[in-house]
Design a protein around this ligand. Sequence first.
Ligand code: ADE
Length: 226
Amino acid sequence: MRYGIIGALDEEIALVKEQMTGVEEHTLYGRSFYTGYIGEKEIVLVCCGVGKVNAALFANAVIREFHAGAVINIGIAGAIGAGISVMDVVLSTEAAFHDQDEIMVKYYPFCRYFKADEKLLALAQRSCESVPLHGKVHCGRIVTGDQFVNDPAVKHGLVERFDPCCTEMEGAGIAHASFVNDTPFLIIRTMSDSADEGADDSYDNFIDVAAHQSAAIVLKMLELAE
Ligand code: ADE
């Protein structure tokens, strides 16, 4: 089975790209998709750009055009949940759009919370046990919207409405595309900031090290996978 690995930013896919062998570059939607291997595992890697629509488009492409049988989104996020700090890891149990009206659940694909794959989650947990991490590991809900959250009032609103572990800008788009294609997915995010008034500076300071940590987790997952 080929794994589809998706990050929104160059920083988020850099380490995986560096470790790939047998790399072939394919252009679609004006972007580069890299097929090749991590160890013996076949992968397709892409940097999808920021936001929900890019995320869904590129997840759909890795599944339909590049035949990925599982999709893993790696990258950074803003910490929301109590006790979740910068450099902690959040592994998705489910993902939801925080900027959709609740009425949307009445319409296709009739789903508010996209459930992550339990086997991928268990594999990621095992991976986290053997990768040196700079923070703790949490499993839980991730929320996604076309918004960089750097305002305590907005953060508080997300806590009230969703009680999520963290927020970012692609995960639920990837989850949505995976769901309609009946394909397992997982989101792996390292916290670059706390989605509050300090978020902009924290993001700038931690983007590289946080992105690197999420990528290291997926690399170990591919090594451990059967
Ligand atoms: N990605 C990293 N930090 C984020 C934040 N605070 N809001 C949205 N996406 C993010």
